[in-house]
Design a protein around this ligand. Structure first.
Ligand code: WTA
Length: 637
C-alpha cells in the first residue's frame, strides 16, 4: 500500500495546508482518487451550514468494505489486519490476515442476509472487544445496513433508548464479555432492554464466556449455528452492496446538553476518505507498522481508528479485549513488548491512572519498538504528557495530541508525528483541509495569535456529521445555530503566539469523564428517578485520574441518618439508568440550590464550590436565597 497523500515533512504540511484552503475541492478530489470507487463523483462538494446540508463526492458509488478488505487481497492478502490480544494474557492470541477477515465478513454478511437484514436497516451492536465485533461492523457496512454500536458499559435502559430511537430491528451481542477480573453479562442486559422493544426481530448471539443465557424462540439465534449453516451451504464471497457516497454508514449516540443522547450520523464516502487520510498523516503509518489503539469500538475512536481508517490503509492493528490495569498496571507495556507495537494511541485518563500505579510496572518492560505515541479524548495535562514522553516514549517518540469529536468523524487538530512539532498539552495545528476559527461571545471571529475563544470550524470537511438521526432540527440547533455559518464544537480554546491550538474543555453542559462524554442533564434525570429525590444539580470538577469527576448536589424529602448508604443507593440508580460510567463521584445532600429569581440553577456557583474555589463566587446577592450558598459550602464533601 502506498499513500500518495501522506505528508512527508514540515514544508509539505504548509504547502498542503495552503492548497487545501485555496482549492478545497481540488485538494479532496486528489485524496479521494486513491480509493476504490465503483463510480466516481459528479461533484466534490455541496454545502450550506444554514440548513445544514452537506454532501461530499456527489453521486459517487462505493462500498467502504471493498476499500478496507477487497482491495488489499491481491497484493497484501496475507498481511495481518487484526492482532487480537485476549483479556487473559495466558489465553491464545488471534491473528486475522486480510484474506481471513474478508472471508469472515463475507460469511457474516450472509448470516445477516439469511436473517432478513436489508440495506438501510438499523442494527445495534452490544459486544465486547473481540474480532467478531469488527467482523459484525464490517458485515453491516458490506450489506449496507446502518450499524449503531453501543458501548458495553451502558445500561439496559440506555440500550432500549438507542434501539427505539434508531428503530433497530436487529441486535448483535455476546453472551458475556471479559473485562479484567469481571465478567459482564451482555445478553442478559440486552434481554432487559428488549422487554421495551417488542419490534426487534432477531438477536444474534456470539458465545464468548459460556455463561448461561436465555434464548427466546424465533428471535434469538447463535452466531456459531448460523455460521455453520453458511459454511455448509458453501457460500463464500458476499458481493458488497453498492452504496451512494451519502448513504448512511452508521449512527453513534453521544451525549449533549439535554437529557437525551443524540444519534450522530456519518455517511460512506467522506467518512472513508477522511478517516484514512487522517490516520496515515497523524500517525505517519508505514506499511508493516503494528498500531495499537486502546479505545473501545463503542466510541468514535474505535470506529475511525480501530476499524475503518487503519483497515482502509491496509494497516496491522491490535485490538485488546481487556483493561489497562489487569492482571496488573503493566498490561499495556506487556502487550507493547509482546507484539512489538510501533504506534500506541491511548487516552489521558489511562496515562494518569498508570502513572499513579508507579514506575515499577513500566521499568520491567523494554518498549523499544515504540515510534509514535498518541492521546485523545480530553485535554492532556503537562505532567501526564511529560511522563508519557519520558517513561513510555523514552524521550524519542513524538506524541500526537489529537483533538476531535464524535461529530467530526476524524482527527481535526493535531501535530503530525515527527513531521510538525509537538507542544505539551497543545493539539497544535489543524490538519490540511480543516479551517478552525475562534469566536468571541458575540460570534465575531477572533483573529491573530495569543487569543482565546470558542472553537468553531468554518468550512466543511468530508467526515463531518450530516444529521442527528430522526431529528435534523436538533443537528441544526446544536451545531449550526450558535454562530452563523460555522460549525460550533462546544469547546473553549486558546491559540498561542505561534498559532498552536490548546483545547481548554467543554463550554456547554457536557462533562468529559475519563474521556467519556456525559451530559449533566442526563445524570440529573437519572438521580431524579431515585426514590425520595426532589431535585438535583450536577457539575464536573477536576479529578486527578478521570480528568473530570461528577459532583451531584441533591435535595431529598428526608434527612438521611446514614448518608453514605444513601449516596451509594443513588449511585446504583444512576448505574441502572445510564451505566456505571455515569456514577457520581461525590453526592452532597443539600436543602436548596442556588437559583436566580427566575428559578434558573446557578451552575457557575456550584461548579466553583465543587472545585473548592469559593473565594471568587462573584455576586450572590441576586439569588433567590443567598444563604443557601453558605450552607452548601459548609457541607461540601
Ligand atoms: C474532548 C472523542 C482536548 C473535547 C474523539 C471534545 C479533547 C470531546 C481532545 C469529544 C484533545 C477530545 N484535547 N480535548 N486531544 N480530544 N477532546 O465525542 O472536549 O467522545 O469536544 O470524541 O472530547 O468527545 P468524543
Amino acid at each position: 500500500m502506498s499513500y500518495p497523500y501522506q505528508i512527508q515533512d514540515k514544508e509539505g504540511y504548509f504547502t498542503s495546508y495552503e492548497q487545501s484552503v485555496n482549492d478545497p475541492e481540488g485538494f479532496w478530489e486528489n485524496v479521494a482518487n486513491s480509493f476504490l470507487w465503483r463510480k466516481k463523483w459528479d461533484k466534490v462538494l455541496e454545502w450550506d451550514f444554514k440548513t445544514p446540508n452537506i454532501k461530499w463526492f456527489l453521486n459517487a458509488k462505493l462500498n467502504i468494505t471493498e476499500n478496507c478488505l477487497d482491495r488489499h487481497l491481491e497484493n497484501n492478502g496475507d498481511d495481518i489486519a487484526i492482532i487480537w490480544e485476549p483479556n487473559n494474557p495466558n489465553d491464545e492470541v488471534r491473528k486475522l490476515t486480510y484474506k481471513e477477515l474478508h472471508a469472515e465478513v463475507c460469511r457474516f454478511a450472509h448470516i445477516l442476509k439469511n436473517n432478513g437484514v436489508k440495506k438501510g436497516d438499523r442494527i445495534c451492536l452490544y459486544m465486547g472487544m473481540i474480532p467478531e465485533l469488527a467482523i459484525a461492523v464490517l458485515a453491516c457496512a458490506r450489506i449496507g445496513a446502518v450499524h449503531s454500536v453501543i458501548f458495553g458499559g451502558f445500561s439496559a435502559k440506555s440500550i432500549a433508548d438507542r434501539v427505539i430511537d434508531a428503530n433497530a430491528e436487529y441486535i448483535i451481542t455476546c453472551d458475556g464479555a471479559y473485562r479484567g477480573a469481571k465478567e459482564i453479562p451482555l445478553k442478559s442486559v440486552v434481554d432487559d432492554a428488549l422487554t421495551q422493544c417488542p419490534f426487534v426481530k432477531k438477536v444474534i448471539v456470539y458465545e464468548r464466556t459460556g455463561t448461561s443465557v436465555s434464548m427466546i424462540k424465533d428471535r434469538d439465534v447463535w452466531w456459531d449455528d448460523e455460521m455453520q449453516k453458511v459454511i455448509e451451504s458453501g457460500l463464500t464471497d458476499f458481493p458488497a452492496e453498492e452504496m451512494d457516497s451519502e448513504d448512511m454508514l452508521f449512527i453513534l449516540y453521544t451525549s449533549g446538553s439535554t437529557g437525551k443522547p443524540k444519534g450522530v450520523v456519518h455517511t460512506c464516502g467522506g467518512y472513508m476518505v477522511y478517516t484514512t487520510y487522517s490516520f496515515v498523516n497523524v500517525f505517519q503509518y508505514k506499511p508493516g507498522d503494528v498500531y495499537f489503539c486502546t479505545a473501545d469500538v463503542g466510541w468514535i475512536t474505535g470506529h475511525s481508528y480501530i476499524i475503518y481508517g487503519p483497515l482502509a490503509a491496509g494497516a496491522t492493528g491490535l485490538m485488546f479485549e481487556g483493561v489497562p490495569t489487569w492482571p496488573d498496571a503493566g498490561r499495556f507495556w506487556d502487550i507493547t513488548d509482546k507484539h512489538k507495537v510501533n504506534i500506541l494511541y491511548t487516552a489521558p485518563t489511562a496515562i494518569r491512572s498508570l502513572m499513579a500505579s508507579g514506575l515499577e510496572h513500566v521499568e520491567k518492560h523494554d518498549l523499544r519498538s515504540l515510534k509514535v505515541l498518541g492521546s485523545v479524548g480530553e485535554p492532556i495535562n503537562e505532567e501526564a504528557w511529560e511522563w508519557f514522553h519520558k517513561y513510555i516514549g523514552k524521550g524519542k517518540c513524538p506524541i500526537v495530541d489529537t483533538w476531535w469529536q464524535t461529530e467530526t468523524g476524524g482527527i481535526m487538530i493535531s501535530n503530525l508525528a515527527g513531521v510538525t512539532p509537538a507542544k505539551p498539552a497543545h493539539a497544535t495545528l489543524p490538519l490540511p483541509g480543516i479551517q478552525p476559527v475562534l469566536v468571541d461571545e458575540n460570534g465575531n471571529e477572533v483573529e491573530g495569535n495569543g487569543v482565546s475563544g470558542n472553537l468553531c470550524i468554518k468550512f466543511p470537511w468530508p467526515s463531518m456529521i450530516r444529521t442527528t438521526y430522526g431529528d435534523h432540527e436538533r443537528c441544526r440547533q446544536t451545531y449550526f445555530s450558535t454562530y452563523e455559518n460555522k460549525y460550533f464544537t462546544g469547546d473553549g480554546c486558546l491559540r498561542d503566539e505561534d498559532g498552536n491550538y490548546r483545547i481548554t474543555g467543554r463550554v456547554d453542559d457536557v462533562m468529559n469523564v475519563s474521556g467519556h462524554r456525559i451530559g449533566t442533564a442526563e445524570v440529573e434525570n437519572a438521580i431524579n428517578m431515585h426514590d425520595g429525590v426532589i431535585e438535583s444539580a450536577v457539575v464536573g470538577y477536576p479529578h486527578d485520574v478521570k480528568g473530570t469527576g461528577i459532583y451531584a448536589f441533591v435535595i431529598t424529602e428526608h434527612i438521611h441518618h446514614d448518608e453514605d448508604h444513601a449516596r451509594n443507593d443513588i449511585a446504583q440508580t444512576v448505574a441502572r439508568v445510564i451505566g456505571p460510567i455515569a456514577k457520581p463521584d461525590k453526592v452532597q445532600f443539600v436543602t436548596g440550590l442556588p437559583k436566580t429569581r427566575s428559578g434558573k440553577i446557578m451552575r457557575r456557583i456550584l461548579r466553583k464550590i465543587a472545585e473548592g474555589n469559593t473565594d471568587s463566587l462573584g455576586d450572590t446577592s441576586t439569588l433567590l436565597d443567598p444563604a443557601i450558598v453558605d450552607e452548601i459550602i459548609k457541607g461540601k464533601v
